[in-house]
Design a protein around this ligand. Sequence first.
Ligand code: SF4
Length: 344
Amino acid sequence: MDIKIPEHLVQYCQNIVKPVSGNPFQIEERDKGTALSPEQIRRMQEDILHLKKERNAVLLVHNYQAPEIQDIADYVGDSLGLSREAAKTKAEVICFCGVNFMGETAKILNPERIVVLPDTDAGCSLEECAPAEELAKFKAEHPELFVVSYINCSSAVKALSDVICTSGNAVRIVSKCPKDRPILFTPDQNLGSWVAKQTGRKMILWPGCCYAHALFTAEAVNQAKKEHPEAKVVAHPECLQEVKDVSDEVCSTEKMISYCRENPAREFIIVTEANMIHRLQKECPGKLFFPLRVRGYLPECRHMKKITLSKLLDTLRTLRPQIHLSKEIMDQARAPIERMLEWS
Ligand code: SF4
């Protein structure tokens, strides 16, 4: 396989995830909101639940959302579980708490329903790393490619893909790809290289990465192991290879729950977005979880943090902002998503 990713794309992706000094997870001032008292949180949660009923809405919430949002969800999960829930819901309104590409996936699977996302500016560095026009150009130069796209990409990139995957099913999906075609894996090179190792399939890797997961280092893991010598290290496949090499388990956020629940260890160092700890604590009582910090900072995704309880309340009041996509894009993007749901 002699297909190379052009250097300008490598540079482009590196610029998007360039580490910054100070707190690399700095949350934008307008997304911080004012600190709410427990009583204010409780009242807002009640109002949200009331409106949700009135609107016949289902509340789908990603594992990386704030605890006060997770606690009132109809379903909390990873991208695979959320896609499955979105595909089977009968609710009139899908209210999605996660980032933009997740809301778009729900809309593609439910074009007739109203899909709302409390802040449509909630992006993702992986999505940014893969502009659809660059992928279209690359595909035109190499029409033999079979394109597998991680769900963390735009609907336009999905429309150009042969099949979609999540971190929970990527190994299974890639192992089912045609053996007689070279695979292009977009946009996450870290997930892609892990899947290539697991499946033994050679793949061309788009050079994107998650800015948050790419900040974890093997040195930080080793330091945390010294502080918690009994703990098992559980890392997300979006992390760098050096981190995966020093971890006891590499898996999707959903698999983290069953791994930690079933493992006899009592302590775990969790190498992913910090809000994952909330669900782990709820579902694995009696165990201790330590988020891996980066330069002392808690790893919170600045995109996920754009969704707040007050924005969620406003969204259910106004049914805005809604996700709108062209019929053409939705029709083209639906086939590879449905193929994923069939294959997984
Ligand atoms: S944690 Fe990374 S992959 Fe997930 S939404 Fe944030 S930037 Fe995207």
